[in-house]
Design a protein around this ligand. Structure first.
Ligand SMILES: [Cu+2]
Length: 347
């Protein structure tokens, strides 16, 4: 027999959650070194013809409620694979998930007083794995959650949809020990606890940027990002020298729809991109608006994995910070105006 230990851990419902909230089930396959989180079933309504995803972004309840679960093993997270299936387990096009975001309540983000966004997938991103030499340190019992937004362009309502996130991990006895790397999120327009979307009101090339001071020394080992349709690129620049340190590029179809977003791993086979504490950096989102009409609901951010020189210098979650409270409240209220995944009712 295969020495596969599969432990099914009960899903913990959000303290303030509603009784009909979707639940997540967590299983561990210790032979494959994989944790699988299954959420659902969801009822996913077809988007009305002519409605664009960016229009839906502005509607309330665009996201599902937060679905909580507990991380079950000590080790390092290495990557994830997203799978969407129907009630009989048959695969569905995963592009019905516009985005999926994983949250870790037990660690803070580096640049924002907000809880860690530990994994994320956009419609245009492929599954993400890093080599075994790198990993995000994880402890059994970490309180995690995830939420997603739908983009069902199939023309038909989908019932009993299940979302499976397969998370690969390295065990604690891995030799040599992986380099500790933590998620680094850099957005051109984020207000913690609120939104990161913005409208582009001018035609042609458009840039929006945000500057920040790096809190700790370390190296950016890998990065990708997220843009909406008509997005061109997201750059990371050094403010003092204006040098471009990293660029995430979008591949667009003729009609401006995003088909792919670039990914780079400068810390694999290299040292990565050195970022210094106290130094100023700028993240810039570039769009090209093809018409004089407003392009609503744009987003631009870089998501990276960052190896701090000194992990204990990472800022801790401070529950007395008002922005942290705003972040937790927004996660709590997410999908609040809808049942079963935020696509019933108003839309
Ligand atoms: Cu988006």
């Amino acid at each position: 027999m295969w020495m596969t230990a599969v432990a099914v851990l009960s899903a913990s419902l959000f303290e303030s959650g509603r009784a009909d909230d979707p639940r997540a089930k967590v299983t561990v396959d210790s032979a494959k070194k994989e944790v699988t989180v299954t959420a659902g079933p969801f009822h996913v309504e077809a988007m009305p013809p002519g409605v664009k995803h960016e229009d839906m972004d502005m509607m309330e309840g665009h996201n599902t409620p937060l679905i909580r679960f507990e991380w079950p093993v000590d080790g390092w997270l290495r990557g994830f694979r997203l799978e969407v299936v129907d009630g009989s387990g048959k695969p569905l096009d995963r592009r019905i998930v516009h985005h999926l975001i994983g949250v870790n309540f037990d660690r803070r983000q580096l640049l924002y007083p907000a809880v860690e966004r530990i994994f994320g997938a956009g419609r245009e991103t492929e599954d993400m794995f890093v080599p075994r030499t790198i990993g995000v340190p994880m402890k059994s019992g970490y309180r995690l959650g995830m939420y997603m937004a739908w983009q069902n362009e199939t023309g038909q309502d989908l019932h009993d949809v299940q979302v499976k996130v397969h998370l690969s991990y390295s065990p604690t006895n891995l030799n040599p020990r992986p380099v500790d790397a933590l998620p680094l999120y850099m957005d051109v327009n984020l207000t913690v606890g609120k939104s990161n979307t913005y409208d582009i009101t001018t035609a042609g090339k458009h840039e929006k940027s945000w500057e920040f001071t790096m809190p700790v020394d370390g190296r950016l080992l890998g990065y990708s990002g997220h843009l909406h349709d008509h997005g061109v690129a997201v750059r990371l620049e050094d403010v003092a020298s204006s040098r471009v340190l990293a660029t995430v590029k979008a591949t667009l179809a003729r009609d401006g729809k995003i088909t792919k977003i670039s990914r780079s791993l400068p810390g694999v086979g290299g040292d990565g991109i050195r970022l210094r504490a106290g130094r100023k950096y700028r993240v810039v989102g570039v769009y090209h608006n093809p018409s004089p009409e407003t392009l609503p609901g744009a987003m631009a951010h870089i998501t990276g994995i960052f190896a701090p020189d000194d992990v204990p210098k990472w800022p801790a979650v401070d529950l007395s910070d008002e922005l942290m409270q705003d972040d937790l409240a927004s996660l709590n209220e997410m999908g609040g105006s809808h049942k079963h995944g935020g696509t019933e009712g108003k839309h």
